[in-house]
Design a protein around this ligand. Structure first.
Ligand code: HEM
Length: 482
């Protein structure tokens, strides 16, 4: 077997670079070794092949369970448990996914629109004109309340507030680079007396679990068929054998949705607000488009706005929150990108490197929403939500939340960046985020102009047809769509 080339430095050093600054590490590797290369994070662990070629990505993302399997990602088990859709694999994974998907479709999605708009309004009304604040704290407050409301049907009341408090702390600590070191070196996962980082984290988690189990128990004792929140839908769901989810499964899936749905979208929203205010022409075009809708526009119209869609797409292209898909493991020998890979080899689709390809995205370091109006990208050229068997369950939810929250914020407030210097991405736990707080300030409240007053110039409004627009357009140049 000849593996793709890769750095020859010791595995421990590769691990340190992977933990400290994964983007610059893989960018340097891609420069030296191209669109498929091998890294080693531990001396005795399997090699990890990193891929950023759309054809190879298509192969790995459409091949689940045959030659390449998506195993459960054990790194997340400390937080999400053994039954989370993220930590399980095979038939069990498919079963859980089927049970989880309905709350993220159709009517359920429409119910979330009002929640998103109301929560955003409430959160932004707490900030004062002229007082700088960290925009990520604001977007975190929005996404936490929205996900609590969607998952439990409540974000107020003692239990909800306590749960938000513990979850906020757990996820904040889980975002540190320190925790990544704990995860990659399991020997560290013990109570270390006064330092006690891991022990404290586990205790917070037990407290959050206790609150989640209390909520589940109460719902079982007093079922209410009129409730439409995700917990109620999951409790009523049955698998093909007619079986409901157990309490442990429910706890793990709720924790999964809270964790996956909160941090990711908060970061994406913070980046979007950064770019919109960094680049005045982007803000101006966006405001023209939003103002043309007048007061209180319908959420479904906001969702379909072409320039808003392009801004959100570009935000997730340039600095994707997840830099890679979940790992896939080779089960039977395969040929990938001209290399023969043996069983046991781990393969990662690099979302970040694919989005930085000069041949697909000319001037990839520039924030240019227009590229999403001028061209269509295949699901293997543009994949901020991954793809295949593990594709993000919350994709439509996140898109809706980003667009409605941005529309609300931009229509209500004039904001400015306090400091116009560049913000770069860095590791935040197992995902990425801004490398420093992005301080913004409200300069004044905005008055939305009446409908039709400010029209966006025609070239920005291509005919996208009737279908529900997605961030990525499913019209592949390299081959068949998912
Ligand atoms: C901007 C926001 C988000 C981004 C960028 C994002 C990105 C991703 C990515 C890249 C994956 C891995 C896909 C793969 O390996 O192919 C994923 C999986 C997942 N996401 Fe998201 N996500 C976001 C928001 C959400 C939200 C709002 C939820 C739920 C409320 C959610 C729930 C999940 C779940 C449950 C999985 C695991 C799916 C599985 O294992 O089968 N995500 N997400």
């Amino acid at each position: 077997m000849k593996l793709p080339n890769g750095p020859q430095i010791p595995a421990l050093l590769q691990m340190v670079r992977w933990i400290a600054n994964p983007m610059s590490f893989i960018e340097a590797c891609a420069k030296s070794y191209g669109e498929i290369f091998t890294i080693r994070l531990e001396r005795n662990s399997p090699p990890m092949v990193i891929v950023s070629n759309p054809l190879a990505l298509q192969q790995i993302l459409t091949n689940d369970t045959k030659e390449l399997e998506a195993p459960g990602d054990r790194l997340f088990e400390f937080l999400l448990g053994k039954h989370s859709v993220i930590t399980i694999s095979g038939a069990e994974h498919q079963r859980q996914r089927q049970l989880l998907m309905p709350p993220f479709h159709g009517e359920s999605m429409r119910n979330y629109s009002q929640v998103i708009t109301d929560v955003t309004q409430k959160v932004i009304s707490q900030y004062e004109i002229g007082k700088p604040f960290n925009i990520r704290s604001a977007t975190q407050a929005i996404t936490m309340r929205v996900i609590m409301q969607a998952v439990f049907g409540l974000h107020e009341g003692t239990r909800a507030e306590k749960l938000q408090h513990f979850l906020g702390e757990i996820l904040e600590k889980a975002s540190s680079r320190l925790i990544v070191a704990f995860l990659f070196f399991p020997a560290l996962q013990r109570d270390f007396g006064p330092i006690n980082f891991w022990g404290k984290q586990m205790r917070r988690q037990q407290q959050a679990d206790q609150l989640i189990y209390e909520e589940i128990r109460e719902r079982r004792e007093e079922p209410d068929s009129s409730r439409t929140d995700i917990l109620s839908l999951l409790m009523a769901a049955r698998d093909e054998a007619g079986q409901p989810m157990t309490d442990e499964e429910l706890r793990d899936e709720l924790m999964t949705l809270l964790a996956a749905g909160h941090e990711t979208t908060a970061t994406a929203l913070a980046w979007a607000l950064y770019w919109i205010h960094k680049l005045p022409s982007v803000r101006q075009k966006l405001l023209q488009e939003l103002d043309s809708l007048g007061d209180d526009p319908d959420p479904s119209i906001i969702f379909k706005l072409p320039y808003l869609n392009a801004v959100c797409s570009e935000t997730l292209r340039i600095y994707p929150v997840a830099i890679a898909t979940f790992p896939r493991v080779v089960r039977t020998p395969i040929s990938l990108g001209g290399y023969e890979l043996e069983p046991g080899t781990v393969v990662l689709g690099s979302i970040y490197l694919t989005h930085q390809r000069e041949d697909i995205y000319p001037e990839p370091k520039q924030f240019k929403p227009e590229r999403f109006l001028e061209r269509q990208f295949s699901p293997y050229e543009y994949l901020p939500f991954g793809g295949g068997a593990k594709r993000c369950i919350g994709l439509a939810f996140a898109q809706l939340e980003m667009k409605l929250a941005l529309a609300k914020i931009l229509s209500s407030l004039e904001l400015e960046l306090v400091d116009n210097s560049e913000v770069r991405p860095r590791r935040r736990g197992l995902v990425t985020g801004p490398d420093r707080p992005i301080q913004m300030v409200i300069t004044r409240q905005r008055q939305v102009r009446s409908k039709g007053f400010a029209l966006i110039p025609q070239p920005l409004l291509p005919d996208l047809g009737e279908g529900e627009p997605e961030f990525q357009n499913p019209s592949p140049r390299y081959g068949r769509g998912i």
